[in-house]
Design a protein around this ligand. Structure first.
Ligand code: ATP
Length: 332
């Protein structure tokens, strides 16, 4: 699929391919390898779904930190399949930047839990560091980010959920630079609703039709990829109603209801994710908040000629601000 899933296609961001870049001198590679290995520095890009984390990570990796390699920390995107539904960055959008733990696990056999992720991602980080790369952890699942970065992780504890969550530890096993891409929720909700329509336009429905048609919904793990937003919402449509083809009006009704629930659940997800980020922040985690609201406001009001303005705001308020933070972190 050739969609631009992170930002609407009418935006005119200019993508620069990584291999055409001159190596930058301000990256961590300028520091001696032994120092780097000892410091074990990683950059984490967090934020709710839809806030532009992938986009930002590619901007940073292609234009400023040429040794960066991305480690996915979205718990649905670790599985193979449902690429549109789970909003995976496409090969085209990756622009040659190495991506790890993205679509890497069989959704039938495996459920990747935070404990697994801690092990997998830390091994990946060691690999990246051994070739003097800069690990860039990117994704919205805060339980993954927590399990990976915390010094002592207890698989039994849950610091985010339940009436009485366990205390958040602020001892980290890496030197972390946490970038929190934030968008004020009403603006993000408006964008997310539009994004669902665009995902449907670019093949989400067909992807799910194939998923249910081939019986994959029966074999994927219920608590893994089977939970991806879009699967439960469309289950009724594909498994019962679509058979009763004679009633077209009913079919349309069930379809529209599924789309409505996908939009609602995506907005709920974003809200929960922000809640988890605030919990970390309140516990004293040094999260650098980058406000991308203006860029998203511009996206929502842009007509076909408004893309340039969006790109300009994104560059100034999100990319430049992040570059400054990461550069300073690497120099510390
Ligand atoms: P965590 O709580 O582990 O940090 P999270 O914030 O990604 O992870 P939860 O609040 O636990 O997510 O909600 C998880 C639900 O959100 C999943 O079960 C799934 O329905 C949905 N979800 C999360 N990420 C995606 C995604 N990339 N695509 C589709 N659905 C997703």
């Amino acid at each position: 699929h050739h969609r631009f899933n992170l930002f609407p296609s009418f935006l005119t961001f200019t993508w620069v391919h990584r291999i055409h870049m001159e190596p930058t001198t301000t990256t961590a590679a300028a520091v001696s390898p032994t120092t780097r290995r000892r410091q074990r520095k990683i950059v984490v890009i967090m934020g709710p779904t839809g806030a532009g984390k992938s986009r930002l990570s590619i901007d940073l990796a292609t234009r400023f930190f040429n040794n960066a390699e991305i480690i996915n920390s979205d718990k649905m995107q670790v599985y193979r399949g449902l690429d549109i539904t789970t909003n995976k960055i496409t090969m085209q959008e990756q622009h040659g930047v190495p991506h790890h733990l993205l679509g890497a696990f069989d959704p039938i056999e495996s459920v990747v839990n935070p404990h697994d992720f801690r092990k997998l991602a830390s091994e990946t980080i060691s690999d990246i560091m051994s070739r003097r790369g800069l690990p860039l952890v990117v994704g919205g699942s805060n339980s993954f980010i927590y399990s990976l970065t915390t010094k002592r992780f207890d698989p039994q504890s849950d610091v985010f959920n339940g009436p009485d969550p366990d205390p958040v530890s602020s001892e980290q096993r890496y030197k972390c630079c946490f970038i929190w891409v934030d968008v004020c929720l009403p603006v993000l909700n408006q964008y997310l609703s539009k994004r669902v329509d665009e995902m449907l336009d670019s093949g989400m429905f067909e992807e799910l039709a194939e998923f249910f048609g081939s019986g994959e919904h029966l074999t994927v793990h219920r608590s893994g990829l089977g939970q991806a937003i879009g699967v439960p919402e469309f289950e009724g449509y594909f498994t019962t109603v679509a058979d009763a083809e004679e009633d077209v009006m009913r079919l349309v009704e069930v379809y529209n209801d599924a789309v409505r629930r996908i939009k609602d659940n995506t907005c709920q997800l974003a809200k929960r994710q922000v809640g988890k980020i605030l919990r970390l922040k309140d516990a004293g985690w040094d999260l650098k908040r980058i406000d991308a609201t203006e860029a998203f406001r511009a996206v929502m009001t842009a007509d076909s000629g408004g893309g340039g303005r969006v790109a300009e705001i994104w560059e100034k308020q999100v990319v430049e601000a992040s570059v400054k933070i990461v550069k300073q972190f690497l120099e510390e």
